[in-house]
Design a protein around this ligand. Structure first.
Ligand code: DOR
Length: 443
């Protein structure tokens, strides 16, 4: 089946241009403004922008184990509505993804449930270094250097040294210092004020753990990607180690700060915690100057009932995967960044950080993972309309300009104007770690 997308403004690696894109089967086969191409289906995309599908390199879809919050099917539906065509999911499910066997089980489950493409990290424990060394079919190793949802934690220095010394897959980590968090928790024992979450998981906790991970990566010359950077000071640390380190920012750390606890309470309780207005600004600056390369969501759904329990019993995490692209397109509308920068942060950079094969760009021979967006469409986020099983968004009531309207996954149109093709199935993402991602070109 050949599909011709005609007349869109297309964000290509070499620049943005009005051109025609031909899909044949699962691939992009032609990009040509002039060619007289015959196709089975011709789509008039005049007035719209065509982007590579978004790659979200940090989501939590709770499957297996906590599927009352989300599952691979509902999570992937939320993805396709939001223009996300590939997700990379974290290992803190129940059971946790800490072995080749568990990884294979999750991949098999995803093949039956996901309407978009998928990949799964392998989680580190103090004892599973042999599993980490042998693992394949994964973007890389996730370490919880500080604990968060679930029971994964590697805080022991010898265990961390071993993981960085003996493994070769790229490593990424949740960086909040366990000792600092425990000390602050003891000092604020008895609190029920959610604003204390940012005093417990404070700036120091994030900075100490990120510095510790960067030191490990540097000494062992190991590829390392910092997840969900939340402080200005971490951006300075990362900038000082650009040759080795890549980093990610999340919409909630860009758009929310401690002032939002008064309005949103535990809905914006996240790990790492949200920080200050100054941190918001500095994270933006780090994105704009290339210190941070990736935007991903850390989509971490819990039910509204769970979230509305009094702090500190309320769980940390918020859903975001179906609104992240719109949140960023709205920033384009407001003149804060360009559409090319959004594509770099959400499509191209995650593909390169994780060595994804044939993804992240609109290029001949690449997978036909595509999203058509309408930069002039204005719509309001409503909890009731969310695809995530958790059925809420911290951005409920927010009006944004710039929305995905049609999404193709491996050449098949899976989302169109509010309708999702539930019979579609995405593919397992392929990783070619010999490429060395950003790291190789920087070292
Ligand atoms: O707030 C968070 N929730 N941060 C994480 O890193 C994990 C996540 C979850 O899985 O709920």
């Amino acid at each position: 089946m050949k599909t011709l997308i005609q007349g869109a403004t297309v964000v290509l690696p070499e620049g943005t241009a009005k051109t025609n894109v031909l899909i044949d089967g699962e691939k992009i086969v032609e990009i040509d403004p002039a060619a007289q191409i015959t196709a089975d289906e011709v789509i008039d995309a005049t007035g719209l922008h065509l982007l590579p599908g978004v790659i979200d390199d940090q989501v939590h879809f709770r499957d297996p184990g906590l599927t009352h919050k989300e599952d691979l099917h509902t999570g992937s539906r939320a993805c396709v509505k939001g223009g996300v065509t590939t997700f990379l999911e974290m290992p803190n499910t129940a059971p946790a993804t800490i072995s080749a066997e568990r990884l294979a089980e999750k991949l098999a489950l995803a093949a039956t449930k996901c309407v978009v493409n998928y990949g799964f990290y392998i989680g580190a424990t103090p004892e599973n270094v042999e599993e980490l060394k042998a693992a394949s079919r994964t973007p890389g190793i996730k370490i919880f250097i500080g604990s968060s949802t679930g029971d994964l934690l590697v805080d022991d220095q010898d265990a961390l040294e071993r993981i960085f010394a003996e493994t070769t897959l790229p490593i990424t980590a949740h960086c909040e210092d366990e000792t600092t968090v425990r000390r602050n928790t003891a000092e604020l024992a008895g609190t029920s004020d959610v604003a204390d979450h940012s005093r417990i998981r404070d700036h120091e906790a994030a900075i100490i753990a990120t510095a510790r991970a960067i030191d490990l990566a540097f000494r062992h010359d190991h590829r390392f990607h910092v997840l969900h950077v939340s402080t200005a000071a971490e951006t300075n640390l990362i900038a000082d180690h650009r040759e080795l380190i890549t980093a990610e920012a999340c919409p909630h750390h860009l758009f929310f700060n401690v002032d939002d606890y008064a309005r949103l309470g535990t809905l914006v309780q996240m790990n790492p915690s949200i920080k200050t207005v100054d941190d918001n600004r500095r994270l933006w600056r780090a994105l704009l100057d290339g210190t941070i390369q990736v935007i991903a969501t850390d989509h971490a759904p819990h039910t509204l009932a769970e979230k509305q329990v009094d702090y500190p019993k309320s769980p940390s995490g918020l859903p975001a995967v179906e609104n992240s692209l719109a949140l960023l397109l709205d920033q384009v509308h407001r003149g804060h960044c360009t559409i090319e920068q959004v594509v770099a942060w959400m499509c191209d950079a995650p593909a390169r950080v994780w060595d994804l094969v044939n993804k992240g760009r609109i290029e001949r021979g690449y997978d036909a993972d595509l999203v058509l967006v309408d930069l002039n469409k204005t719509a309001t986020i409503h909890n009731a309309e969310q695809e995530t099983k958790s059925k809420w968004s911290p951005w409920d009531g927010e009006t944004l300009t710039g929305w995905p309207v049609r999404t193709w996954v491996m050449g098949r149109e899976v989302f169109r104007d509010g309708t999702i093709d539930d019979d579609a199935r995405g593919k397992e993402a392929q990783f070619d770690h010999a490429r060395g991602g950003f790291w190789k070109t920087r070292a």
